[in-house]
Write a protein that binds this ligand. Structure first.
Ligand code: ADP
Ligand code: MG
Length: 718
């Protein structure tokens, strides 16, 4: 019997009590951002000149002035000690997609044998983690093995708590000594600036003040599964790879649709409330929680924020979900496809652009002038997405996300835009020159349309699109549930910055010819839409008919991540990124290398784990069952028949396993992309064959002998 691993009791032994419930006044008043070193908090603690200098740094998006660093560090330390922190860490986002931290105590020994808490400006501004263990795609190898982290003052420091203490976390960028980005934050910050520059210039044409700053806004909806810890630790595949490599589909999946938006079980609700309280303390404005489509699947979503802060906060959401689940005897699975045949998990990224005064550039507005400006920015997004389908696809490329994209599930690997009937109709009529359809859609003056009211939630009617307009923002739905949102936003910011710049040049030319801004904008919109309308698709993205139609339209269908990763270093993309100072050619190549490497490692671990489980758990279970069946002195017909069926499938399993073993031992070549291709073309099919036989055995072998918790148990027992 396999039902009594010690590891389970070990895992159970450090359960923490749930926190005492807080009152609403405490939650929204005292708790929110209580563990964040906000600007207000710093203002109280710093002298006026120092605070002003810090503020100026922030506004210009620059590094901290070394002259004030010691003073700021002192204030930070005092605050952190009051909050109970004994350690500090430069908190950064290496290219693994996770966050990394190396903790240092504030401790400094004194000459009299005692110790004091200290923290210098130097330690605040810059630190040198042991960079050699983070992926760099070769960026470090050629020069020096070292990297450093540098404070990003635009994202506030915060306190991370654990059962026995707390740590001051300082959000930082991570770079090599030669200045190349080794992380996800640096390019994101650069792309934010690129978008600002180009949107600012466009807004000036529309008559906005010179100093209007523009940044992208982002709200990421996180989907995840919760399963009981007891099951998790009995599944080496979940522990090693985050997904089940075996498991027959349960008799009931999401067919009954009774889970979606259904009542949330008590245990889960307590967990969610705990998560929310921790996130509130960290200043993360989480807003909604609900059940998702699949049994055991849930979602949490925040109110949108500036994308740099949103990206940091998204990492905290994942971390808090993971850590907190354990307190409730649960494990949060963030993998894109933990269970085959069951709905996967995504991370819809709601994206827009907003001015410093809070004007949402993708809000249609009420007046014809606002409408024209909205159509202009909307057209820029259409152009950007059409021209850079490949980059959007690369930005969500991973071995794990391949189980969603391009599989029989939403969204497809083909990048297209859902605009909704109303908006599509407006663009189409602009191009065809037809007038309005009734008064509400009337055409004013020189062809500036007065937009009808666009329904806010139009996007929800079509959940099959990877990129949907949802009333006042776009929702990029291809992003995977486990990935960092930094690179997808970096790509979005950059491609839209580029499109806005191109459209602004056309607009400027028309203005110089003497056209007024509104009709010039509408002209540009018309021409842009005519050129890029192929990217708009309002139909069913899952349908085979769409795949054929998309091919006719010449849209890319980069089915697997490797097809997409290959394109990252295309000259078009290298030029784009370097033109906007987002990534140098070497940085692009390094990222490509890391993507290949991660793909390779992910599948390689899966292949080895499949082999291990099949050989050491499933084969023995089948053998035990056969022994039981054959041990009967006077066998019933049922037993001999079952025995020969089990024997036949066991032989299939064995053959498939031999093949997998060979594929696991081979590498397919020396280069990382060759190894990655070997994984995709040989290891994955070999794994699937092993799984096929094993899943058939699961339906034959006595349940008491089956070594792995089943889908039925994991998904339905809460
Ligand atoms: P739904 O998608 O269910 O209609 P909402 O429209 O409220 O729900 O938003 C879903 C997500 O989109 C939330 O995280 C929300 O904060 C975010 N969002 C709303 N407006 C914007 C915006 N202007 N920019 C970026 N994200 C936004
Ligand atoms: Mg959504």
């Amino acid at each position: 019997m396999n039902r009594d691993f010690d590891v389970i009791s070990a895992a159970r032994n450090w359960r923490v009590e749930a926190p005492a419930p807080a009152t609403p006044a405490q939650v929204f008043g005292e708790l929110f951002a209580s563990d964040v070193l906000t600007l207000d908090e710093l203002r109280v603690r710093l002298s006026k000149p120092v605070y002003r200098s810090l503020q100026a740094t922030l506004e210009r998006g620059e590094r901290l002035d070394p002259a004030i660093a010691d003073t700021v560090a002192l204030a930070m330390k005092a605050w952190a000690l009051e909050k109970g922190a004994t350690h500090y860490t430069h908190w950064f986002q290496p290219l693994t997609g996770y966050t990394a931290e190396k903790h240092d105590a504030f401790l400094t020994p004194t000459s009299d044998g005692g110790a004091i808490a200290s923290f210098s400006g130097k330690e605040l501004i810059q630190a040198e983690p042991d960079a050699s263990s983070f992926p760099s795609g070769g960026l470090r190898a050629t020069f020096e093995a070292r990297g450093y982290t540098a404070w990003d003052p635009s994202s506030p420091a915060f306190i991370m708590r654990h059962a026995n203490g707390a740590t001051l976390c300082i959000p930082t960028a991570f770079a090599s000594w030669t200045g190349e980005a080794l992380d996800n934050k640096t390019p994101l910050l650069r792309s934010t600036e690129a978008l600002n520059r180009s949107a600012q210039a466009a807004l000036r044409l529309f008559g906005h003040p010179e100093d209007t700053r523009v940044s992208s806004t982002l709200g990421a909806e996180q989907e995840y599964f919760l399963i009981a810890e007891e099951y998790y630790y009995r599944r080496p595949d979940l522990v090693m790879t985050g997904r089940t490599l075996f498991g027959a589909k349960p008799p009931r999946g999401q067919e009954l649709e009774d889970h979606y938006f259904g009542a949330i079980p008590d245990r889960v609700l307590s967990f969610m409330t705990d998560v929310e309280h921790q996130l509130y303390a960290l200043g993360v404005p989480v807003k909604t929680r609900h059940n998702e489509v699949a049994p055991g699947q849930f979602e949490v979503a925040p109110i949108f924020e500036a994308s740099n802060v949103a990206a940091d906060h998204q990492q905290l959401v994942m971390q808090v979900l993971r850590n907190t689940a354990r307190k409730y005897g649960l494990v949060a699975l963030l993998h894109e496809k933990p269970f085959a045949g069951v709905n996967g998990s995504g991370k819809h990224c709601n994206w827009s652009m907003s001015t410093s005064s809070g004007l949402n550039l993708l809000d249609p507005g009420e007046t014809p002038h606002e409408n024209a400006q909205f159509l202009f920015f909307c057209a820029a997004v259409l152009k950007a997405v059409d021209e850079h389908q490949d980059l959007l696809r690369v930005s969500v490329a991973s071995a794990s996300n391949d189980h969603r994209l391009g599989a029989n599930e939403a969204p497809p690997a083909i990048i297209s835009i859902f605009l909704g009937e109303e908006l599509t109709d407006i663009f189409e009529r602009l191009v065809s020159g037809e007038g309005g359809r009734g008064a509400e859609a009337g055409v004013l003056g020189l062809g500036v349309p007065v937009l009808p009211h666009l329904p806010r939630h139009a996007g929800d009617r079509n959940r099959t699109s990877p990129f949907a307009f949802t009333g006042n923002k776009f929702e990029f739905r291809a992003v995977g549930s486990s990935q960092s949102i930094s690179f997808p936003i970096t790509v979005l910011n950059t491609i839209v910055a580029d499109a806005i710049e191109a459209l602004s040049a056309q607009l400027r030319a028309k203005l110089e010819e003497g056209q007024d801004i509104d009709s010039a904008a509408v002209q540009v919109v018309k021409e842009t839409y005519a050129r890029h309308r192929r990217i708009v698709f309002n139909g069913d993205g899952y349908a085979q008919a769409w795949h054929e139609e998309a091919e006719r339209r010449g849209l890319l269908n980069l089915r697997t991540s490797l097809d997409a990763i290959e394109r990252l270093s295309d000259p078009k993309n290298v030029t784009l990124f370097s033109r906007y100072g987002v990534l140098s050619e070497r940085e692009v190549q390094a990222r490509q290398e890391v993507l290949y490497d991660q793909y390779f490692k992910t599948v390689n671990i899966e292949g080895e784990t499949t082999e291990y489980i099949a050989q050491t758990m499933i084969l023995p279970a089948a053998a035990n069952y056969l022994r039981e069946l054959c041990a009967v002195k006077t066998p019933a017909r049922a037993l001999t028949a079952t025995a020969s069926e089990v024997a036949a499938v066991t032989d299939d399993l064995y053959d498939a396993l031999q093949h997998l073993r060979e594929q696991n031992a081979a590498l397919g070549g020396e280069e990382i992309h060759e190894k990655a291709h070997h994984m995709r073309d040989h290891v994955i099919p070999a794994m699937q064959a092993v799984r096929g036989a094993a899943d058939r055995l699961e339906r034959l072998v006595s349940e008491t002998l089956w070594p792995l918790p089943t889908y039925r148990q994991m998904l339905f027992v809460k």
